[in-house]
Design a binder for this molecule. Structure first.
Ligand code: ADP
Ligand code: MG
Length: 625
């Protein structure tokens, strides 16, 4: 056996630069070195598998393709061995002594631009193999190429300016990396810690991984398989594993695309809305992989915020593996992914709504709130989202909903608006004064029960060019849309006495009302408050007021005056017109009471105490007769 003295090589200048930063960096995410080394081992094994297809003569042909990790906690050493393609002498110099690969190149390019902030750059890129020098001060790479004429070699370095290569004896095919951890990082040699890190980053590596002899449970990277080869049970099990979920997925979306970017995606809609349970705001849960290796488990901009309930995996072979969290946030690539995936997810929802309406409606009940949030925050997807909205209406049964398209398909020719009313319940809406006119003309009204709903209407403004209009708006001409169906209605006050009564009520109420007018929109109620400003519905007023109070402004500005409409056909109104001549004081009290009752119906009454006092006065007068 000839002893050959180790040959000493200087690292290429760029490598020295990288190493210098790696060794001295304060980068906190040290554990990624495990991911880098395991993915190199996996790449090398994968390459061997390809080589086996075309080459007959392969060294150590019968080795099992697995990755073995062993550690010695006491000595603080870790060994990562694969049985992949290995490296020849030339390849060692080329691959580990120079910077030929993309990740570190990008790192260096950024380094040149970055100037002083170099410290942080390592965190932004990860630097593949060299990352091991963050935690180790002596690294040996034993390797034997698959090529029959190869030799057993050992590459070693302390991470300073140089490395050595020497011949050794008896290596198996592949690569064995042995390194001694720096004192402060000895913890990484603990078996359970090591296992934990591997599970986190490398659960989907397709070769068995053994840690100190025990095979880790790896999971199939379902998203890369063809749909036809996956059972429903496998999808469900994968969801539970990936999302750490206790519920079942409602449905999933599994697709691959090549343009404009190569992606394999598997997304799940959960059954339970955890935010609905009051668990606080959900964190995004779609993980980003590059060829089965985890890049980021919860990237922030991969999907729009309103899709934060979605779970699953996005894998893009176009991502540089070495890219990492910090740099990804606003990369153009992430934006491209975001666009493609969001569009597909919305399309899936549309299809569900069409083909499996029960599935969609159930989904809507739990997750509709997120789509509503989307309408108010995401202009890009607004039109697609509007098609997915569902509301109860005066045409649906309690508990069933309609889409906006279906609403429009039922609307009479002349109807230019989509009408809605907000209140806490169907009962409250149908008992209120605003619904009467619509009911009398069979015009459909959407029922909005959630505080966010009016924001949705205000942000979207229109659907298919029909304006969303609150049914309590002042300027709605319902007769232009449809005539009242009930023809034998009460006789109304004469125009002149109606006008006089309105004038009287206005004088009595003073600044509290901006206008009092007779209206034929009312059927069974004597009066109602209407809104001049389409945006400023009663619900909005209430919300604005609550916000003012919160911000300490109180209601210093006072109540904005409201517009009161009276029903000239109502017996109370007709009586009031007559009462004015005989008992003006009582007529005044009743006028005030009319306004307050209308306020209650509009949800604008906050403190009823003065109303109650007045009510007693009225009752007192009536009971004395
Ligand atoms: P990258 O994986 O992005 O190419 P690395 O710094 O991780 O960059 O690795 C540099 C190169 O070293 C790899 O491209 C590969 O050719 C070689 N290499 C690293 N680890 C192994 C290994 N376990 N087996 C064979 N080749 C390896
Ligand atoms: Mg690598």
């Amino acid at each position: 056996m000839s002893t050959i003295t180790p040959e000493r090589h200087e690292f290429q200048a760029e490598v020295k630069q990288v190493l210098d930063i790696v060794v001295h960096s304060l980068y906190t995410d040290k554990e990624i070195f495990v991911r880098e080394l395991i993915s190199n081992a996996s790449d090398a094994t994968e390459k061997l598998r390809h080589t086996q297809i075309t080459e007959k003569d392969i060294f150590d042909a019968d080795l099992d393709l697995e990755i073995q990790v062993t550690s010695d906690e006491e000595a603080g050493t870790i060994t990562i061995q694969d049985f992949g393609i290995g490296m020849t002498h030339g390849e060692l110099i080329e691959n580990l002594g120079t910077i030929a690969h993309s990740g570190s190149k990008a790192f260096l390019a950024a380094l040149k631009e970055g100037g002083e902030r170099n410290e942080n750059l390592i965190g932004q890129f990860g630097v593949g193999f060299y990352s091991v020098f963050m935690v180790a001060d002596a690294v040996k790479v034993y390797t034997r190429s698959w090529q029959p004429e190869g030799e057993s070699l050992c590459w070693s370095s302390q991470g300073d300016g140089a490395y050595e290569i020497e011949q050794v004896e008896g290596e198996r095919r592949g690569t064995r990396i042995v390194f001694t951890l720096k004192d402060e990082y000895k913890d990484f040699a603990k078996k359970d810690k090591l296992e934990g890190i591997i599970k986190r980053y490398s659960s989907f590596v397709q070769f068995p991984i053994k840690v100190d002899g025990d095979e880790l449970q790896t999971v199939q990277a379902l998203w890369l398989k063809s749909k036809n080869d996956i059972t429903e049970e496998e999808y469900k099990a994968f969801y539970k594993f990936q999302a750490n979920a206790f519920d079942e997925p409602r449905f999933w979306l599994h697709f691959a695309a090549d343009a404009p970017i190569s992606i394999n995606t598997l997304l799940f809609a959960p059954t339970e809305n955890m935010e609905g349970f009051g668990f606080g705001r959900m964190e995004p849960g779609v993980s980003l992989y590059c060829r089965k290796v985890l890049i980021d488990s919860d990237p922030k901009n991969l999907l729009p915020d309103w899709l934060r309930f979605v779970r699953g995996v996005v894998d893009s072979a176009d991502l540089p593996l070495n890219i990492s969290r910090e740099s990804m946030q606003d990369s153009a690539l992430i934006q491209k992914l975001n666009k493609v995936i969001t569009k597909r997810f919305l399309k899936t929802l549309e299809e569900k709504a069409k083909k499996e309406p029960e599935v969609y409606n159930d989904f809507w009940k739990s997750f509709g709130i997120f789509l509503k949030e989307g309408v108010t925050t995401d202009f890009t997807h607004r039109d697609q989202l509007l098609k997915l909205l569902r509301f109860e209406s005066s045409y649906t049964e309690e508990g069933s909903t309609t889409s906006l398209s279906d609403y429009l398909s039922r609307a009479p020719e002349g109807q230019k608006e989509i009408f809605y009313l907000s209140a806490a319940s169907r009962k409250a809406i149908e008992a209120g004064p605003y619904f009467e006119a619509f009911k009398a003309r069979n015009i459909e009204v959407l029922y909005l029960y959630e505080p966010i709903d009016e924001f949705v209407m205000n942000h979207a403004r229109a659907f298919e060019e029909k304006n969303f209009t609150s049914a309590d708006s002042a300027d709605i001409d319902l007769d232009a849309i449809a005539p009242e169906t009930d023809t034998d209605k009460e006789e109304a006050l004469e125009q002149a006495s109606a006008d006089e009564l309105c004038k009287f009520i206005k004088e009595t109420l003073g600044e509290e009302v901006s206008e009092v007018a007779a209206s034929d929109r009312l059927v069974g109620s004597p009066a109602m408050i209407v809104n001049n400003d389409k945006m400023m519905t009663a619900q909005m007023r209430k919300m604005m007021k609550a916000m003012q109070q919160q911000s300490g402004e109180g209601d210093a500005a006072g109540e904005p005056p409201v517009k009161l409409q009276i029903n000239a056909r109502h017996p109370l109104v007709k009586n009031l017109a007559a009462l004015r001549g005989s008992n003006e004081a009582l007529a005044g009290l009743i006028s005030e009471q009319l306004l307050d009752n209308a306020r209650v119906a509009a949800g604008l009454m906050e403190d009823p105490s003065s109303m109650i006092q007045r009510n007693y006065k009225i009752l007192e007068q009536l009971s004395s007769k």
